[in-house]
Design a binder for this molecule. Structure first.
Ligand code: FEO
Ligand code: CA
Ligand code: CA
Length: 633
């Protein structure tokens, strides 16, 4: 244990100790709150009911924060590794090479790196078989190459591209435990150089044409694949997030236009640096390649020969995930967040109805429809539980001021430059929208707003669903659509939880809302998932320093909430330096799959194998109850 880690552990013990003394019972808690002042009183009342454990949904005891390099779970739960970065997908495929000397072609035949969003697709005729489509968001040069630094050749860029995209794998259940099936004919990589078709209104547009693809219809690759969606017709949606970071320019003086700037382009690609070795990513040579990324891509996992399609009708931005719902009259709805400080929340509604009898009839459903962006009012002034109203504003050429006079020649340009169109209609700038999920119980929609240290600066005043300046902890927004119909142009919103650190601070602004206690506190909620019973699982990608404002929160973690009571319990703590992201359930709800991404991002981890001097490997974990029961119940 390093001195730093030793100090962190001490901090943690102090805070847990403090919290145990101060908050051991409802009575003690109220006493402490009254002693500290009236500001804490409303917090303490809800915290008291929380400590009573009155949730009927949550059947496990909340665990303590932790800083160890392990997966920590409640008593009675166990975990196993389903698959890790570099595992060979095919029979006799190349084994993971921890030295970093493995080739790009070998990586293309292995499970990708930094797994993120994922969906499980059950075989209709066999309870013991399923496919999983799993995003591979990016890669860690520290572990990818023998030299541990930036790519130094075209081959090394190729290898990085081979780490990203999507892995489709078959899994099978034996004796209650799910295993990866090496050699299944369904196992497949769709990586950063894989052929992908463009569909929807922007297909073939001049802004998508390049010298390699003069028709603007066929793109090489999907990369920076963050989270996901699963359609009712059995396809997988993978969402391209931080694509801009992959581009740079050999001309350090290159002038970028307003759209390129809005999407965050800079000449010097600091962290990824592909453009010196692959001209596809050099904006001085291929400026339109940038426009061919930042989309939602649809994949049919059951057809290994199928070509994935970029669905341009859903708009281009830094997509986090895609949450599917259905209008009362049967059309598909896709809710989407754009993960950047001050960017927006979107909704797409398909033109045509979902054909539930004939899944293949929905093949191009996402190519036709209408895109909207969310506008929130200021809400009421209740600091502990802000709520208000909102509306969806249409992003269609010729409406709401979106036309040639505001810089849009046609609907394709509206979609390619969706951020600019959304600004024209005055959409609300949010605190980094991450995952969105729809409750299976009541259709309410939940969205993580992970953090935003720039809230309060010019153009981003605090208020409404983004109530705090310099928001380091994040919050979870919730809305209910008008008439409970996802087609409605209106909704009512509230904040389900405002994260904070009540062990250090008083007052909602830094201590969080009343359902945050010293026992369950966390920061930067990111992933979300509902199970069939309606438990809301919350995954974090936050500051895991366990120090300063984050003291006592430990490593990144997964919590579980009862949406009815607001109670939140900590269910799992991940290993050192990881982000917890990606969640899926077996059809019987007895296995929870969760992603451990970039363990040891800055060193200090050998998760999950714990070999001497071993490398940490991003992994999908399978979590079960030792008694075979439903996870979380
Ligand atoms: Fe890939 Fe916004 O997280
Ligand atoms: Ca995320
Ligand atoms: Ca995040």
């Amino acid at each position: 244990m390093s001195l730093l880690e030793e100090n962190q552990a001490t901090d943690l013990e102090q805070i847990v100790g403090l919290s145990r003394r101060g908050f051991i019972s409802a009575g003690a808690l109220c006493g402490a709150a009254m002693f500290l002042g009236g500001n804490l009183l409303s917090r303490s009342v809800l915290a008291a009911s929380v400590s009573a454990g009155n949730s009927k949904l949550l059947g496990f005891a909340s665990i303590a924060a932790a800083t160890s390099d392990t997966l920590t779970l409640p008593a009675g739960y166990t975990s196993s590794v389903l698959i890790s970065w570099g595992q060979p997908l095919h029979k006799d495929g190349p084994a993971f090479d921890p030295s970093g000397h493995g080739t790009a072609l070998q990586q293309e035949a292995q499970f990708g790196d930094n797994n993120d969003g994922m969906s499980l697709f059950a075989f209709p005729d066999d309870d013991n078989r399923a496919l999983m489509a799993i995003n591979n968001e990016y890669t860690n040069y520290r572990y990818l190459y023998p030299h541990g630094g930036m790519p130094q050749s075209a081959e090394e860029v190729h290898k990085a591209l081979a780490c990203e995209g999507v892995s489709v794998i078959e899994v099978q259940r034996q004796d209650g435990q799910w295993h990866f099936v090496q050699g299944s004919r369904y196992n497949r990589r769709i990586h950063g150089n894989a052929p992908i078709r463009v569909g929807g209104p922007a297909a073939g547009h001049a802004l998508l044409q390049t010298s390699a693809d003069p028709k603007g219809m066929n793109v090489l690759g999907t990369f920076q694949n963050c989270a996901n969606g699963k359609t009712p017709w059995g396809t997988y949606l993978t969402c391209e997030e931080n694509f801009t970071d992959c581009f740079g320019s050999s001309n350090a003086e290159q002038k970028f236009d307003a759209a390129q700037k809005r999407y965050g382009v800079v000449a010097a690609s600091k962290e990824i640096n592909w453009h010196p070795h692959d001209p596809r990513f050099d904006l001085a040579k291929n400026p339109n390649e940038l426009n061919r990324h930042g989309w939602v891509v649809e994949i049919d996992p059951f057809d290994p020969q199928s070509t994935p399609v970029k669905r341009t009708a859903l708009g281009r931005f830094k997509h986090e995930n895609a949450a599917l719902a259905e209008t009362h009259d049967g059309r598909a709805v896709v809710y989407m967040g754009d993960d950047e400080r001050g960017e927006f929340i979107y909704k797409f509604i398909s033109r045509d109805k979902i054909d539930h009898q004939n899944p293949k009839a929905n093949r191009d459903l996402l190519d036709h429809g209408t895109l909207y962006v969310a506008r929130f009012d200021a809400g009421d002034s209740n600091p502990d539980h802000p709520k208000g109203q909102g509306q969806w504003v249409e992003l269609s050429h010729g409406k709401n001021g979106i036309d040639a006079s505001s810089g849009f020649a046609d609907q394709a340009e509206v979609l390619i430059h969706a951020r600019l169109a959304a600004s024209v209609v005055g959409a609300t700038r949010m605190d980094r929208p991450e995952w969105i999920v729809v409750s299976p119980r009541d259709g309410q929609v939940y969205c993580t707003l992970t953090n935003n240290v720039k809230r309060g600066e010019e153009g981003q005043p605090a208020g409404g669903p983004n109530p705090r300046e310099k928001n380091v902890y994040g919050q979870i927004l919730r809305w209910r659509t008008g008439g409970d119909d996802h087609a409605s142009p209106t909704f009512a919103w509230d904040l389900f939880v405002v994260a904070g650190n009540p062990a250090l601070h008083a007052g909602t602004a830094k201590a969080g809302s009343s359902n945050i206690t010293p026992q369950n506190m966390f920061n930067s909620p990111d992933g979300l998932g509902f199970d069939q019973a309606g438990r809301l699982w919350i995954l974090t990608d936050g500051d895991s320093s366990n120090a300063g404002d984050f003291a006592g929160m430990g490593n990144n973690q997964m919590l579980c909430a009862d949406p009815e009571t607001g109670e939140i319990r900590r269910f799992m703590v991940g290993p050192v330096g990881c982000e917890v992201t990606g969640i899926s359930f077996s059809p019987d709800q007895k296995t929870l799959f969760v992603g451990i991404q970039h363990p040891g991002e800055n060193g200090g981890s050998t998760f999950p194998e714990h070999l001497p001097n071993g490398k940490p490997r991003s992994s999908v974990m399978a979590i079960r109850r030792e008694d075979g029961g439903i996870v979380g119940a």
